[in-house]
Design a protein around this ligand. Structure first.
Ligand SMILES: [Mg+2]
Length: 242
């Protein structure tokens, strides 16, 4: 059972695979992202903003802080846990998301003698746990490093302090041992800037695209269109299939 990490764990010199959750462990075509946007927009409206202002502020905060909620916390006096309940908490995840056996097998095939597997998410622990449970991945993720919405000045990706806290919590002394995949370019670039070993942008494309067809993106180590490509990129942590 994946659990939100609450205390620093012992130093460990294995590799550590950091998986983003939303729009990485499930496909963007599930349209969860759109449902999230609708709910966040409704939240802005409930604060008294006009439709236009709500769109503008949402986009501004997301771009500036990586998370609309981070902007709301900085500039408005809102209850982050109430926001979480009304936005992520009200998503009908059980009706939309289905476990993907290929994603499960991918994570199962990571050799635990070589690497730990953690989640690194901008969601709160409630949503992160719920998604992993619905996707039938909870037992494969050792710990979830999440945004602590209950703390008044929490940090999130892509802030360097968030990555530093993740390393410290995981007892990682050598950031080059971190292998990271996320669907958000800014998040991947930020990890790379923090010296993380191999940082991959997941950008969904047709499954038959080969690696050579992926665009080169500055500030990231690789762009993939299918999570299975990680088997090749992170050979050092996958079990050798006979
Ligand atoms: Mg994501």
């Amino acid at each position: 059972m994946a659990k939100p990490v609450t205390e620093r764990v012992m130093a460990d010199d294995r590799y550590i695979v950091w998986l983003d959750i939303d729009n990485t462990l499930y496909t963007r075509s599930s349209r969860i992202a759109e449902l999230m946007i609708e709910r966040i927009h409704a939240y802005f409206l409930s604060m008294g903003f006009t439709d236009d202002d709500a769109h503008e502020l949402h986009s501004k905060y997301y771009t500036q802080y990586g998370l609309a909620l981070r902007g709301l916390m900085k500039h408005h006096n809102i209850d982050a846990l109430d926001f979480d309940k009304k936005c992520d908490g009200s998503l009908p995840l059980e009706d939309i998301l289905k476990p993907d056996p290929k994603v499960r097998k991918l994570i199962e095939d990571i050799d635990r003698s070589k690497a730990r597997v953690w989640a690194l998410t901008n969601a709160y622990s409630t949503h992160a746990n719920r998604v992993l449970r619905v996707l039938n991945l909870s037992d494969l993720i050792e710990e979830i490093f999440y945004c602590d919405y209950s703390s008044p000045d929490f940090s999130c990706k892509p802030e360097p302090s968030f990555y530093a806290q993740a390393l410290s919590t995981a007892g990682v002394t050598d950031p080059s041992k971190c292998l990271f995949v996320d669907d958000n370019l800014n998040n991947v670039r930020a990890a790379k800037s923090c010296g993380w070993g191999h940082c991959v942008l997941y950008s969904e494309r047709e499954e038959d695209h080969s690696m050579s067809e992926h665009p080169k993106v500055e500030g990231v180590d690789a762009v993939i269109g299918n999570l299975q490509e990680l088997r090749e990129l992170w050979k050092q942590v996958f079990q050798v299939v006979p």
